[in-house]
Design a protein around this ligand. Structure first.
Ligand code: CTP
Length: 399
């Protein structure tokens, strides 16, 4: 999506850096349009580096591309954050004396404003009237939040957290093609305890699973997300109004939780990296070198294959999606993926190539979706969000 982010001159402008990063991370093309005042808070190089696009404030820059209207015309979504009292007044009056002003007049895309100012300014009749005017024209107002303000006072006027602004804005333009579907997604790596302080784990960050859950929630599904161990920033990403989150530790806990949740689900996506084996016995006290001088032999027993169990017992009409991370390449990768899909009884299998350097914490991902008869239904490369959307497209197409 082509997103214009207007930034105006308030101290909260630094928070908009996170908003832009989030939008870029989800695969959107972002063009930042700061006012001249905004650049006194966060400089132009920051906006260019973070958005990976040229940034100007004036209608007299880059005139050959008719930039003063082209950004607004191309936009699918415009977000102004922070929106100062001055900017709200200019918007209400239709003033277009800089690039943000002309962009706002030239666009027919949904416009979201996130006001930030002192409480007195927010309550002033001029601002109240301007907000009413903007709302009447269809502008979406997110916030402001109540809380401490710069300078020590407190009240309504804080910029809403950037992730909440992004959620509200993206929900306006999201496809709602998964509305009415109940989906269960598992994410992250299980941890199998050896003793009270150690476990067997794996390198899964949980990033792809959480992206799948968020994409489904944005597209209107009712989402249950069951997370094993995930990286801290990924866990923060799981906070989304459309997601019911629950946490587990071991493969056996995951099996119990997902089996319960799957009973009423239309789609189950097993993106979790489940440990194939667990220690046969969990020591009740810490294993010591004293007791295991020179050598320690661990006995492992196999964990149940959760997705195979779900597939074997699935209610009519339920779609089961399995994942496979394989170190093979080319034809061998596909052959293994096809065998794995058959063996597990999954409807779809999403396969990606991994290695020491590939596939784990990386932001970009590359997958293929294998369906009925081993057919390659989709191939996707991009951010985990883009891959997630491609997987949901394949799920919808296969139902
Ligand atoms: N999976 C599962 N239960 C397990 C192991 C894996 O449900 N005990 C699921 C994963 O969530 C994933 C898929 O099965 O969706 C692929 O897991 P993978 O470890 O690649 O499959 P394995 O059968 O263990 O094959 P391999 O021997 O290649 O590891």
């Amino acid at each position: 999506m082509f997103v214009v982010v207007g930034v105006t001159g308030g101290i909260a402008a630094y928070k908009t850096v996170h908003l832009v990063r989030r939008l870029i991370g989800e695969g959107h093309e972002v063009h930042v349009v700061p006012t001249a005042d905004a650049l006194r808070f966060v400089g132009l190089p920051t906006w260019e580096a973070i958005s990976r696009n040229p940034v100007t404030t004036s209608v007299h820059d880059d005139v050959a591309t008719v930039r003063h209207v082209s950004l607004g015309q191309r936009a699918d979504l415009v977000i102004v954050a922070p929106a100062t009292a001055n900017t709200l007044a200019r918007m209400a009056a239709g003033i277009a004396d800089d690039l943000l002003g002309t962009t706002l007049l030239a666009t027919t895309a949904p416009v979201v404003v996130a006001p930030a100012m002192h409480a007195e300014m927010w309550r002033h009749p001029a601002t109240v009237a301007n907000i009413e005017t903007l709302r009447a024209r269809g502008v979406h107002v997110v916030g402001p939040a109540d809380g401490p303000l710069t300078g020590g006072d407190s009240g309504p006027g804080r910029l809403v957290e950037p992730d909440d602004i992004a959620d509200a804005a993206l929900a306006l333009v999201a496809r709602r093609d998964l509305a009415g579907l109940r989906v269960v997604v598992t994410a992250g790596g299980t941890r199998e305890p050896l003793d009270p302080v150690r476990f067997l784990g794996n390198r899964s960050s949980g990033r792809q699973g959480v992206a799948l859950a968020r994409a489904a929630a944005d597209r209107g599904a009712e989402v249950t997300l069951i997370v094993a161990h995930v990286d801290a920033d990924v866990r923060a990403d799981a906070a989304h109004t459309g997601i019911a989150l629950s946490a587990v530790g071991t493969a056996l806990e995951l099996q119990e939780r997902v089996t319960d949740a799957a009973a009423t689900a239309d789609v189950v996506v097993m993106a979790a990296a489940v440990a194939d084996y667990r220690p046969a016995e969990v020591a009740t006290s810490k294993l010591t070198k004293e007791a295991n001088a020179g050598r320690l032999v661990l006995e492992l027993v196999e964990n149940p294959d959760i997705v195979a169990g779900l597939a074997a017992a699935r209610p009519a009409g339920q779609t089961i999606v399995a994942f496979a991370a394989e170190t093979a390449t080319g034809d061998e990768l596909l052959a293994r993926a096809r065998r794995k899909r058959e063996r597990k009884g999954a409807d779809l299998l999403v396969v990606n190539e991994v290695g020491w350097e590939r596939g784990f914490e990386q932001v970009e991902n590359e997958v293929r979706v294998i369906g009925e008869g081993g057919a390659v239904l989709a191939a996707a490369t991009g951010t985990k969000r883009q891959v997630a959307d491609a997987v949901w497209d394949a799920v919808l197409a296969s139902r």
